[in-house]
Ligand binder design. Structure first.
Ligand code: ADP
Ligand code: F6P
Length: 467
């Protein structure tokens, strides 16, 4: 079995049992088991850039480097999270392109490539993760790297016309053409990228791959998953403080809707709070009975759009609570702090409705975790945005338009009143998919396609001979 080298913006802290963020959650367990190298940013910010250092954690060599203050500002907060993140989440209105962002993004990718090359062996499979590192294969190839290199995009890929709203759209797609395999979350994403390749670049698919020059690239869908068995086990273990709180609420005959998201504008949080407020207006019988727990830890706070969404959410939660709260009942409990997954899992299990309504999301693992956490005898109901990648598989959920506050409020009502037989039927269907398309299946299917021989090996040899 060839060694796998994962490259991602951040290296997950493999000493920690649980991670935050879809990428780290999906990869940490698999890498701990399989071993290999995990290369990326250490998460530290230094005045000056510094070289990578390696550390062995179990079977994984974690090779990480700090970034300079300027790199954090212009590469991570800048090009990655103020240009690519909003653009790829269909939010052209939030794209904030400033001088230096693209240059520093390119420079950090060059630095990653230079620092990574000494660690690579001939047969390693290199697997690059997410939008921070799209130019990495091109930079590695320039340094003579002939390894198989795959790329997986954890976020959506936008339609060609939307991508074309940025000046360097062609360059972005050319970066991707240097990989052997590009993996995307959904068939919509695959359709968006392949339409760009065909309509904007005139490329043609032959035998499952797009040829360009002497190379070819495959573009395929690999929906990411979770570890459903491990998560379900975690959900059954109730840490003390959560257990006490849940018991108290159950004794009072109360019911709970839950949302768990990084506080990101892509997650549709204001619309979600409004839908809950609308529910209380339309169904006064839910007052003092149905509460809403929203856990939304801070993320990327130095980007203006994130500071704004936080203020908006705080004002909304305050106004809904001000309107409906009683001396002994608070409708919305909004927690703006990280909460460990050991606590999240039993909270998801104890909630009658999982309310997952991003305006746009690559996959959304919380939706899958909600399904895995449920009691199969008496499961809760998942209300899911049709614009989350997960909706492509989880169509037995109550699917909603996350922009339509009225529809969401009606679906919440339907979820709260759903008979047990229907809840079980829907849950069984959802669980089957979450079990099948799990994190291990995702990882293995990607690596299997990446390893599959194609014309690129010959192209590599021809280049070598020519050189
Ligand atoms: P994203 O990758 O955009 O953050 P996902 O829903 O795909 O969204 O993944 C988030 C992951 O982070 C989930 O596995 C979730 O359980 C985990 N996580 C851990 N703690 C938290 C928290 N407090 N809030 C949100 N997500 C958390
Ligand atoms: O899953 C999307 C993603 O951007 C990952 O690449 C990232 O690790 C996660 O969300 C959390 O974001 P950040 O690393 O910016 O805190």
């Amino acid at each position: 079995m060839p060694r796998v080298v994962i490259v991602s913006n951040r290296v997950a802290d493999l000493r920690k049992k649980s991670q935050t963020g879809g990428l780290a959650v999906a990869l940490a367990d698999a890498m701990r088991e399989r071993g290999g190298i995990w290369f990326g940013w250490s998460g530290e910010t230094k005045e000056e850039a510094a070289p990578a250092v390696a550390e062995t954690i179990g079977r994984v060599a974690a090779v990480s480097l700090p970034l300079s203050r300027r790199e954090v500002e212009e590469y991570y907060l800048g090009y990655a999270n103020s240009v690519l993140w909003p653009l790829f989440h269909y939010r052209l209105d939030l794209v904030d392109h400033r001088p230096n962002f693209l240059d520093t993004y390119a420079a950090v990718n060059r630095r990653f490539a230079t620092e990574l090359v000494p660690y690579l062996e001939e047969d390693d499979l290199v697997w690059v993760q997410d939008y921070h590192l799209m130019p990495l294969a091109a930079r590695l190839r320039e340094l003579g790297c002939r390894n198989r290199i795959g790329f997986f995009l954890h976020i959506p890929f936008p339609p060609p016309d939307m991508l074309a709203a940025t000046s360097n759209h062609r360059e972005m797609v050319e970066w991707l053409l240097e990989f052997d395999l590009v993996g995307l979350q959904t068939s919509t994403d695959v359709g968006n990228l392949t339409r760009y390749l065909e309509e904007h670049m005139g490329l043609e698919e032959i035998g499952g791959a797009y040829r360009h020059g002497s190379r070819q690239v495959r573009v395929e869908r690999f929906p990411i998953g979770i570890d459903p068995v491990g998560f379900a086990a975690m959900a059954r273990e109730e840490p003390d403080d959560v257990a006490i709180d849940l018991m108290r609420r159950k004794l009072l005959g109360q019911r709970q809707i839950i949302g768990v998201d990084r506080l990101d504008y892509s997650k549709g949080l204001p619309e979600r709070l409004r839908a809950y407020g609308r529910l209380l207006v339309q169904h006064p019988e839910y007052e003092r009975v149905v509460s809403f727990l929203q856990i939304a830890p801070p993320t990327r706070e130095d980007v203006d759009a994130y500071a704004e969404i936080r203020l908006e959410l705080e004002a909304l939660a305050g106004s809904i609570n001000g309107r409906f709260a009683e001396f002994n009942w608070t409708p919305i409990r909004y927690i703006h702090r990280p909460v460990s997954r050991e606590k999240l899992a039993p909270l998801l299990r104890a909630s009658d409705v999982g309310f997952v309504t991003p305006l746009r999301d690559g996959m959304n693992l919380v939706a899958k975790e909600y399904v895995a956490a449920q009691d199969v005898e008496d499961p809760g109901v998942l209300v899911l945005s049709r614009f989350a990648g997960a909706a492509e598989e989880l169509d037995a959920a109550l699917l909603v338009n996350p922009y339509d506050v009225d529809e969401m409020s009606r679906r919440l009502h339907q979820a709260l009143e759903m008979p047990l037989a229907e809840r079980r039927r829907r849950h069984e269907e959802l669980l089957e998919k979450v079990m099948r398309q799990n994190a291990t299946a995702w990882l293995e299917s990607f690596l299997e396609v990446l390893e599959r021989p194609d014309g690129n090996q010959e192209a590599g040899t021809a280049d070598q001979v020519a050189a």
